[in-house]
Design a protein around this ligand. Structure first.
Ligand SMILES: NC(=O)c1ccc[n+]([C@@H]2O[C@H](COP(=O)([O-])OP(=O)(O)OC[C@H]3O[C@@H](n4cnc5c(N)ncnc54)[C@H](OP(=O)(O)O)[C@@H]3O)[C@@H](O)[C@H]2O)c1
Length: 169
């Protein structure tokens, strides 16, 4: 199973403002929905799960199989929502569900867990034409560093590009 991190970020590497605002363009939201719908699943950290639930985003994503990584438990539902306590357990659930590709959907803390455990195979980054002075970074501080191979650069609009990388292991 291929494990894919998909994130939108500013040109200086922030995935949200300090107050969790994510003022992304329509094309980016549409691409994200299409990406997740195609794979039918997403793994998120507890904070992102709460934010997405509040904004009714799971409906917009077609109610994908959702795995929430958290040390606490939550409202598991209808064979679609699962709570686990580590990225490795999230991978196990997706494998059990027969997924060929699994989408890692943030936020920063979750992304870092997958990076530190060496679980990421590919990374897609939609780059918005914005800079935030402060905010939430693509990865939180970590000693891990990895090398990437650039697979593709796609232009989603006049101002937005998508970078597609393979993680070298
Ligand atoms: N731009 C984008 O594409 C994008 C996508 C997604 C999210 N975001 C933004 O990212 C921000 C949220 O990021 P965040 O870093 O604050 O929160 P997060 O990663 O969504 O959630 C953090 C929480 O998830 C649990 N968790 C995450 N990784 C874990 C691990 N390896 N092991 C155990 N538990 C783990 C912990 O919950 P417990 O405390 O319950 O144990 C932790 O407190 C929001 O502003 C959101 O809007 C942006």
């Amino acid at each position: 199973m291929k494990i894919i991190l998909y994130m939108t970020m500013t040109a200086n590497g922030y995935i949200a403002k300090e107050d969790d605002e994510t003022p992304w363009s329509d094309i980016v939201w549409e691409s994200y929905c299409e990406f997740v719908k195609k794979r039918g699943n997403i793994v998120v950290g507890k904070r992102t799960y709460e934010i997405m639930k509040e904004a009714n985003e799971f409906e917009k994503l077609g109610f994908p199989i959702t795995v929430v990584v958290s040390d606490s438990t939550g409202d598991e539902g209808a064979d679609k929502i699962f709570f686990v306590s580590s990225p490795k357990e999230a991978v196990a659930v997706m494998k059990e569900k027969g997924m060929d590709e699994m989408v890692v959907g943030g936020g920063s803390t979750l992304n870092t867990g997958f990076l530190e455990d060496g679980l990421l195979d590919e990374i897609y980054l939609d780059i918005e034409p914005r800079l935030f002075g402060k905010g939430i970074k693509l990865f939180s501080d970590t000693d891990v560093s990895v090398n990437l191979r650039l697979c593709e650069v796609a232009k989603l609009s006049k101002d937005v590009i998508r970078l597609h990388y393979r993680v070298l292991k």
